[in-house]
Design a protein around this ligand. Structure first.
Ligand code: AQP
Length: 329
């Protein structure tokens, strides 16, 4: 039996090249080495208010983007998290073994709660739900971007605590980070992670941005006061553009240094833009083909649910038995 891989993305805002290089591309690369489950984590999305109609359409858009990016729905289950009731159920069971101090220490909680007038409890519980997403499938491997590393460590802590209280139950999941592109920074502010929820037209490159928009965003990206690329002294903005190029091209460090050293920023940006545009084009074409069949995405989500729901139910049952909760025969 193949080991299992699990990961997810929130259906919020527009999926960007950071989400792609940090997560989605790894999924595509490794999916056939594993029994693969990829989730649209809509229960996570509502930890911050989402306009309901928009959320509904983002779930469908994201499913189509998974397939357009190369997830093979015949092999990999694509699942809307809320359609498998076990995720929320297991999250509650795990909440009961999770000290609140562990959750308050999470950097994403601190950052996201700062931006809210009133902090919903869901924002604090977010990493417990994420632990449930992973542990419910006994996933061995979780490919994510760097920003999720802390949540993965917490998942292992929760699993270990449960196992020590109630006996060996959960598999310990391993974090999988891409070698290049695990943390893509904002084009307008390279000190900040590229993020869907960050305002600013020049911040992120969305996967569905037309070529002209991609070019414009990259040409306006923040650099530094040097005139040309110098790998010894480059600032965060130039480094980020080099990371983006390298991640899309799969070039080695040596190739990057040979090709770009001394290149003026204007010329370098043009090459980065063309690399991104040509990488996005096939995905965008496929996305438009997929969305021209109105029932396709719904069928994929229904099939995904069918495939994973029995695994989820069996884990929830096991956890209930271990905890002593009543389970019908
Ligand atoms: N800038 C990034 N670089 C590399 N990987 C990234 N990821 C997110 N931003 C970057 C990875 O994308 C996956 C899905 O992320 P998510 O939607 O679950 O939420 P997030 O991590 O909070 O991503 P965003 O874009 O910042 O969304 P919002 O603004 O809605 O919170 C994860 O594997 C993540 O590591």
């Amino acid at each position: 039996m193949k080991p299992r891989v699990l990961s997810g993305v929130q259906p919020t805002g527009n999926l960007h090249i950071g989400n792609y290089l940090g997560a989605l591309r790894s999924w595509v690369k490794i999916q056939h080495d594993y029994e693969s489950i990829f989730c649209i984590v809509d229960l996570h999305a509502i930890t911050v208010y989402q306009q309901p109609e928009e959320l509904r359409s983002k779930i469908l858009e994201l499913t189509a983007l998974f397939v357009a990016a190369g997830i093979d729905p015949k092999h990999s289950a694509i699942v809307a998290q809320s359609t498998v009731p076990g995720h929320a159920e297991l999250a509650w069971l795990l909440t009961c073994v999770t000290p609140v101090g562990w959750l308050q220490r999470m950097t994403q909680y601190k950052a996201k709660s700062e931006a809210q007038e009133t902090i919903g409890d869901g924002l604090l519980q977010y990493p417990v739900l994420m632990a449930a997403d992973i542990l419910i499938y006994q996933a061995n491997c979780v490919p994510v971007g760097e920003d999720q590393r802390q949540h993965l460590e917490l998942t292992r802590d929760i699993a270990q605590r449960f196992n020590s209280l109630y006996g060996e139950t959960f598999v310990m999941p391993e974090t999988y980070l891409p070698a290049v592109g695990a943390r893509v920074m904002g084009l307008d502010d390279p000190e900040k992670k590229m993020s869907k929820s960050e305002p600013g037209a020049g911040h992120a490159i969305a996967l569905l941005d037309p070529p002209g928009v991609i070019r414009k965003k990259i040409m306006r990206a923040t650099t530094d006061s040097n005139p040309a690329v110098d790998f010894e002294t480059m600032g965060a903005g130039v480094k980020n553009l080099m990371t983006i190029f390298q991640a899309f091209s799969d070039w080695t460090d040596d190739q990057m240094v040979k090709h770009f050293s001394g290149m003026r920023y204007g010329d370098m940006k043009k090459q980065v833009a063309e690399m991104v545009v040509s990488s996005m084009e096939p995905m965008q074409k496929r996305y438009h083909e997929i969305t021209s069949d109105p029932g396709y995405v719904d069928r994929i989500l229904a099939e995904g649910r069918e495939r994973v729901n029995p695994i989820a139910s069996s884990t929830v049952n096991l956890v209930k038995q271990r905890m002593g909760i009543y389970t019908s025969a």
